[in-house]
Design a protein around this ligand. Structure first.
Ligand SMILES: Nc1ncnc2c1ncn2[C@@H]1O[C@H](COP(=O)(O)OP(=O)(O)O)[C@@H](O)[C@H]1O
Ligand SMILES: [Mg+2]
Length: 360
């Protein structure tokens, strides 16, 4: 068993006195050590002789034995004084981002427009252009990076450095990847309430040893809710790109996204709009373009909100298939690969020129 697999199991251990909240969410999991088929979990309690300690130890063992038969489980406890406030996600500094030049949020007004597809392929394309690139999958409600990069079976290493927990990103296709999907099963993340989701995704960004990067892309959750506001406040974003499909109905969603970044208290530049599924091209007729969601929708939106149209990505079967296979289309030498390379180049240019010191 790997540490993150045990972690996933521990989300199922609920604290009977704290509603439906689980021990991970409550910050009670102090450490997980694994060696062969032995697992040692240390649970942190805030007071001696917690009347529920015995029960939680038993319940932790039961969850692990049930989900990982044959594992030898030991559960230890530590007392953590309240003042130390070692709860997950709290008091995280931004020092792991110190050597990242540009942090770009990839946002969309709603789900299913291809935000993750664009984010993953944009990251791969930036890396192909020689930029040191990372991607943090902050879509706690639908993490897709593990699948889209074929890293579902992998586990990011985590270790303690002093009293700080550091997570190492995975590396593949020349990109550093991190996702909440490596630590929680999708159905678990779905039931997290706001604060838990916020903390989890901040950890996915602030506790990760990104090292020196030119670009860190953040695949943001769809929508424009509290999570976004909190994220944008706590992560020093350089700016954002917005992904949309060309339909007129998507216009209202794009508007919400634009307004979020232009909000008084946020004021982050929007580097441009990416029009995904701009047209359909069948593999056997590569010259043909069918504008099934309407033509020039992206250009009109971009003009309406005064942001550049950064790129247009066609709807092609290869993009969907490569996403499902964990083999991003941006690696290909065909037209899909080219579309993402062009997009990456335009984004880099927009970001770098916006950053010029003589511009405000
Ligand atoms: N340009 C495209 N061509 C073909 N399929 C696409 C394209 N963009 C996205 N898809 C597919 O659409 C689905 C939703 O995309 P996804 O990136 O997960 O959306 P989001 O992150 O916005 O929810 C996925 O199955 C993906 O493979
Ligand atoms: Mg997604």
């Amino acid at each position: 068993m790997k540490q993150n697999e045990i972690m996933k199991i521990l989300y199922d251990v609920q604290h009977p006195a704290k509603g439906d909240r689980n021990i991970v969410e409550l910050g009670m999991v102090d450490s997980i050590e694994t060696e062969g088929n032995r697992v040692t979990v240390t649970l942190a309690f805030s007071r001696h002789r917690d009347p529920l300690a015995e029960y939680l130890i038993g319940s932790t063992k039961a969850a692990i034995i049930r989900h990982a038969p044959g594992t030898e489980v030991e559960v230890r406890t530590v007392i953590r004084d309240e003042g130390a406030k070692k709860q997950t996600g709290l008091n995280l500094g931004t020092e792991e981002l110190d050597n990242v030049k540009y942090i770009i949020g990839v946002a969309s007004g709603k789900g299913g427009v291809g935000k993750s597809t664009v984010a993953v392929n944009l990251a791969v394309a930036l890396a192909r252009l020689g930029y040191r690139t990372g991607l943090a999958d902050a879509d706690v409600y639908g993490p897709s990076v593990p699948k889209m990069t074929g890293t579902e079976e992998e586990m990011p290493e985590a270790y303690k450095e002093g009293d700080k927990e550091v997570i190492m990103p995975l590396e593949k296709y020349g990109v550093k990847w991190m996702s909440i999907g490596y630590f929680a099963r999708p159905e678990q993340a779905l039931i997290w309430r706001g604060p838990m989701a916020c903390n989890a995704l901040k950890q996915m960004i602030l506790q990760v040893r990104w090292g020196e990067l030119d670009f860190l892309l953040i695949d943001m959750p769809p929508g424009t809710g509290d999570i976004h506001i909190s994220l944008v406040h706590d992560i020093p974003l350089t700016g954002a790109v917005i992904v949309s499909t060309p339909q007129a109905v998507a216009l209202a969603d794009v508007e919400k996204g634009v307004n979020m970044f232009r909000n008084e208290s946020i004021r982050k530049p929007i580097f441009g709009l990416v029009e995904n599924m701009a047209w359909f091209t069948p593999a056997e007729l590569p010259e043909n373009r069918y504008y099934i969601f309407g033509k020039d929708g992206g250009a009109k939106m971009a003009e309406k909100y005064g942001i550049p149209l950064l790129g247009q990505i066609p709807l092609v079967q290869g993009i969907r298939e490569s996403g499902d296979d964990g083999d991003p289309a941006a690696l290909s030498s065909g037209p899909e690969g080219e579309a993402f390379i062009l997009l990456a180049d335009k984004l880099a240019k927009a970001v770098v020129t916006d950053q010029k010191p003589d511009k405000d």
